[in-house]
Design a protein around this ligand. Structure first.
Ligand SMILES: Cc1cc2nc3c(=O)[nH]c(=O)nc-3n(C[C@H](O)[C@H](O)[C@H](O)COP(=O)(O)O)c2cc1C
Length: 200
């Protein structure tokens, strides 16, 4: 598959690839899904062993069923992390958490979910590169995404739900779709705050 349709300037893609959590239900063309996966597959990885595996959900009924598990996992993370167990516990100013909570409510209506997994189980740092390629390629096609995780509480049921072998480990759940909002800009601290030169 030729990458010519991924012609958005790389700077524009990187500068505007903020998390998109409000997704339109419109299906994503098969060719675009395929191209996004091809882009992910090109990522660097240790020794070119290529541990990454993708499990792609496009069936609305399957996505809806998974949505309930995702919501349970999201709240389990909040319970363990911040001690929040219900929407009223989340401070009004906690914008990311509120947006993520809404995604937990709505993910069951996403048109596409890609699980980024590793066989045998491969190291995370060889899988993360694939996930970023995947999201940048999606951005170039006007498709929004957000990397998310699950919680140990649901992992056994997650494996059972999709028949995933025990030697395949989970890294990311990436819901994708055309945005209901806008892309970018990405908001980060200045490079001066994160970078040291020649020594710490
Ligand atoms: C390892 C990892 C886990 C994340 N988990 C979640 C999640 O469970 N739910 C969610 O909505 N966003 C999740 N995110 C997205 C981050 O919240 C987001 O990237 C961050 O707030 C920066 O915002 P931006 O992507 O809009 O620039 C995760 C991102 C990473 C890298």
């Amino acid at each position: 598959m030729e990458p010519t349709r991924l012609s958005m300037p790389i700077g524009e893609a990187m500068w505007t690839q903020r998390s998109i959590r409000r997704l339109r239900p419109d299906p994503i063309p098969d060719d675009d899904v395929r191209l996004i996966l091809e882009a992910a597959n090109k990522a660097p990885n240790g020794g070119n062993v290529q541990w990454t595996r993708y499990l792609v959900l496009t069936d609305p009924a399957v996505i809806r069923t998974f949505g309930a598990l995702y919501k349970e996992a999201w709240w389990a993370k909040r319970r363990d992390g911040e001690g929040w167990t219900k929407p009223e516990d989340i401070p009004p100013g906690a914008k990311v958490a509120r947006s993520a909570m809404r995604l937990a409510d709505e993910i069951g209506a996403a048109p596409l979910i890609v699980f980024v997994l590793a066989q045998d189980p491969g190291p995370a740092n060889s899988v993360i590169t694939c996930a970023q390629n995947l999201m940048l390629a999606a951005r170039a096609l006007g498709i929004g995404s957000v990397p998310t995780t699950l919680h140990p509480q649901v992992m056994e049921r997650f494996h059972a739900m999709f028949n995933i072998p025990a030697n395949v480990s989970f890294h990311f759940c990436i819901p994708m779709g055309y945005p209901r909002g806008n892309f970018g800009p990405v908001n980060r601290k200045p490079v001066e705050d994160s970078t040291h030169w020649n020594a710490w």
